[in-house]
Write a protein that binds this ligand. Structure first.
Ligand code: PLP
Length: 377
């Protein structure tokens, strides 16, 4: 099976699995327990993972909150800020996002909208991106409490100008969050250079880590002052009171190792993904002139993600037909029963949406694996 759905999830990295195994076997202590070695070992392992994630993202270790994944991180940050600052009558309850976010952001906004928050969704360009001036104007006009804009889009691969947007939010001192789930290990992320970017979400299973773990980065207001938000989970006060519940040590260790691998391999990974992507797009361009149409801006997108239309071909039928040999996607794995809200917002017709295939590569693939596409004429 040729697996080309790496934006949906990735195979666990061998080094990650190796790092996790002791914490599923002999090292089973609860890091919240005290004094005996099993607990202390678990605590040390969690602290190491926190360092690894912080190093990858350029933040302080105590700004890393372990969660069950990016869905939870998005919910935690958006609902947490909305509730903490915007719940009281007369408070600023305005929240801004885009029309092409992952459902874990869109549905969180809808949930808050139904509860009386003032939510707005920005339009996007033909590649599902927002512009700096557009966001600047909207933020000046609306004065949102929080703006949430994804770094890289999971369906079409387009990148938003997060560094520049962080400057806008640094100047206007409004809260800014990005869902960076799809760009980790593919785009350099250094939050220390972006003080305007206060919150970030990421997930383990998109970067060779295990499923069921992720991180929410909640930057401090200053060296000593933590940013307050209402937690989703109340209980024993783990994770600095942001997220109660016994820590999933094995998963956290896996996330830490995956972060380290992503950091170490970033340049090679990007270079290899671009080579493979060029190889494959050249095949499509050579063999299928006039029969395929690319949805993304080829110069400015997540390396290794190709979103394209096979003109006149139903995507689901094609994916099913190839499914014995190749794993492909029509867009996202989360909402595959609904026509894509992303392509729709990018101005694609229903027909174009139904012709769209998403191919997401992995740097370990070989060109010879991709030769099968040369047979499609
Ligand atoms: N955000 C984006 C952009 C995604 O692509 C995904 C997963 O598809 C998520 C959030 C959700 O991540 P998780 O599976 O860790 O909840």
């Amino acid at each position: 099976m040729l697996y080309l759905d790496n934006s949906a999830t990735t195979k666990i990295h061998p080094e990650v699995l190796e790092a996790m195994m002791p914490y599923l076997q002999e090292e089973y202590g609860n890091p919240s327990s005290k004094f005996y070695s099993l607990a202390e070992n678990a605590k040390k392992a969690v602290a190491k993972a926190r360092e690894q994630v912080a190093t990858l993202l350029g933040c302080d270790p105590d700004e890393v909150v372990f969660t069950s994944g990016a869905t939870e991180s998005n919910n935690m940050i958006i609902k947490g800020i909305a509730d903490y600052y915007g719940r009281e009558a007369g408070a600023n309850n305005r929240l801004l996002t885009t029309k092409v976010e992952h459902p874990s952001v869109i549905e969180t906004f809808n949930f808050l909208g139904e509860r009386g928050y003032n939510v707005s969704f920005l339009d996007v360009d033909q590649y599902a991106r927002v512009g700096v001036e557009q966001v600047k104007e909207a933020a000046a006009k609306m004065q949102p409490l929080l703006t949430s804009i994804m770094w890289g889009n999971n369906e079409i691969g387009s990148l938003n100008p997060i560094e520049e947007l962080a400057k806008v939010f640094e100047e206007n001192r409004q809260f800014f969050h990005t869902d960076a789930t799809q760009v980790i290990g593919k785009v350099p992320v250094d939050m220390s250079k972006m003080p305007g970017l206060r919150f970030l979400s990421m997930s383990g299973h998109k970067i060779g880590g295990p499923k069921g773990v992720g991180a929410a980065i909640i930057r401090k207001q200053s060296k000593e002052i933590y940013t307050r938000l209402t937690p989703l989970m109340h209980g024993g006060g783990q994770e600095n009171n942001y997220r109660s519940g016994t820590l999933a040590v094995h998963n956290i260790v896996g996330l830490g190792k995956a972060a380290e691998v992503a950091e170490t391999n970033l340049e090679n990974n990007v270079q290899r993904l671009k080579e493979l992507e060029n190889y494959l797009t050249d095949i499509f361009k050579k063999n299928l002139t006039g029969k395929v149409k690319f949805n993304s801006d080829e110069q400015d997108k997540i390396p290794g993600l190709i979103s394209l239309q096979f003109i006149g071909v139903n995507n689901e039928l094609l994916i099913k037909k190839l499914s014995a040999y190749i794993a492909l996607s029509s867009g996202s794995a989360c909402s595959s029963s609904k026509p894509s809200h992303v392509l729709n917002a990018a101005g694609k017709s229903l027909e174009e949406v139904r012709q769209t295939i998403r191919i997401t590569l992995d740097s370990k693939i070989d060109e010879s694996d991709l030769k099968v596409f040369d047979k499609i004429k």
